[in-house]
Design a protein around this ligand. Structure first.
Ligand SMILES: NC(=O)c1ccc[n+]([C@@H]2O[C@H](COP(=O)([O-])OP(=O)(O)OC[C@H]3O[C@@H](n4cnc5c(N)ncnc54)[C@H](OP(=O)(O)O)[C@@H]3O)[C@@H](O)[C@H]2O)c1
Length: 262
């Protein structure tokens, strides 16, 4: 299916790995030119080169922290008039007791996973409205909908982001500016590889065994972790020409672990 977005320009904040990279690749396959930000230069350059080679689109790398004012200025000066914005970050740390979460940890997680996407939306929506075309996808977390103490630094800021983006989506939909969210469950990504390889080393097991343990403990119906590239295809769908009537939705992609009907 042709998504009708060839030649559009996309900022992918946090696109050198994981679901950001999966989204970048899916958009590039549709002929979208990319402006990808990440803090680490080496992995970012490798990712940009890989996507350019695979798809032939223009991929510009921007070494920047999208949670800082300077980082946002750098990203927006590289691409002041994006048609598409995809926002993601490294998952906030796991927490084992709500009582142990410090004010500093709250401030950090709010900066990166709530205030950053809010500031980007405020900065780029006026241009999208003027041009009568825009697509924004925030990659949040299933924990926004299904709270858990262990994900207390991840779920609450994204629940706020979903609420905010739905409110804004209703205001700008008439200008063909479309805002939606993806709420992932467990996926194979760079951060998950770090976490479960470390656990495997500590426990004398393998990555696959640790994933299997998690899948069984948390009873994931699909019996596996998801693929970042598959999730990226759904991001691209939300960025398509055909998405103009899909307003303020939050798609859960979690292998069935969530337990709500809608
Ligand atoms: N993976 C899962 O199973 C899972 C489950 C539920 C929800 N999620 C959510 O899905 C999203 C993506 O997770 P992921 O596992 O794909 O992450 P990941 O593998 O750690 O990739 C994160 C990407 O974002 C970049 N990044 C992080 N912070 C940044 C910042 N401040 N400025 C610019 N770039 C930044 C990273 O590069 P640098 O480090 O070089 O900056 C990297 O490219 C997160 O919102 C996470 O909470 C993930």
């Amino acid at each position: 299916m042709d998504l009708g977005i060839k030649g559009k320009k996309a900022i992918i904040n946090g696109g050198s790995a994981g679901m950001g990279k999966g989204s970048a690749l899916a958009l590039a396959k549709e002929g979208v030119d990319l402006f990808i930000s990440a803090r680490g230069e080496k992995r970012l350059l490798e990712t940009c080169e890989e996507i350019e080679k695979k798809t032939g689109v223009i991929v510009k790398s921007i070494v920047a922290d999208h949670s800082s004012d300077e980082g946002r200025e750098k990203i927006l000066s590289s691409c002041p008039d994006p048609d598409i914005l995809v926002g993601t970050c490294t998952p906030p740390p796991f927490t084992y007791s709500y009582e142990e979460v410090s004010t500093e940890e709250w401030r950090q997680t709010l900066d990166v996973s709530l205030l950053s996407p809010v500031e980007f939306m405020k900065a780029i929506i006026p241009g999208m409205v003027e041009r009568k075309w825009g697509r924004i996808v925030n990659i949040g977390t299933g924990a926004a909908k299904t709270p858990a103490e262990v994900r207390i630094l991840s779920g609450p800021p994204r629940a706020a982001l979903v609420n905010y983006s739905v409110a804004v989506s209703k205001k700008v939909a008439k200008h063909n500016v479309v805002i939606n969210n993806i709420l992932p469950g467990m996926h194979h990504t760079a951060s998950i590889a770090d976490r479960y390889n470390k656990l495997a080393e500590e426990n004398g097991t393998t990555y696959d065994e640790e994933i299997e343990k998690f899948v069984n403990n948390w009873k994931i119906p699909a019996k596996k972790f998801g693929s970042s590239d598959d999730l990226g295809s759904f991001v691209a769908m939300f960025c398509s020409e055909q998405a103009s009537y899909v307003i303020g939705q939050s798609l859960v992609i979690d292998g069935g672990i969530g337990n709500t009907t809608f």
